[in-house]
Design a binder for this molecule. Sequence first.
Ligand code: IMP
Length: 197
Amino acid sequence: MTKLLVVATGNPGKLREMQAYLENSGWELTLKPEELEIEETGKTFAANACLKASQIAKATGNWAIADDSGLQVDALNGAPGVYSARYATTDSERIARVLRELGNEVNRQAQFVCAVAIARPDGVIVLESEGICRGEILHAPRGDSGFGYDPIFYIQELQLTFAQMTRELKGSISHRGKAFAALLPQLERVKSLERRD
Ligand code: IMP
């Protein structure tokens, strides 16, 4: 039996990405109703993922999944962090702001973090997962694939930015890829909980 899992996003791109990660998991993913807007008021990625999953589950009466992700730059004390999406108006302005704030700082170490949470229909969180990908911030953007801060996030071992990688390569090492890889084995446990619902 296929089980319905509401994705706490209005973004069809995110739904497709999650569908790819959770292929063959036995869950049928669907977008949240458009009118349900959840404010990301948490101080951590995990808190925001839990908040979104829990509220969407309760509002729809279904199981729900949510993720929250962003960039943390070591020399900026973890900024932009949970404000990654709101750091400026457009992707290029967000990149420009990070580069401006970092200036000629020698320590360019940074990480992308992705937290994922799954809530049961009563809003209780039954599963959480987190993935981290370490890298460095370049002095100027490089590459045109991907989205967000991808063009300035450089992986030394591959000598490529996220924006220079194929989707498959990025997915195999990214924070999101790791968070979902850790989630998959645990989904079996959730399915057995669901059968007792
Ligand atoms: P959210 O997880 O949808 O709240 O978005 C978080 C924000 O973090 C995005 O709007 C991007 O700015 C940034 N971000 C998260 N993951 C990535 C990534 O894989 N590449 C580039 N930017 C990302």
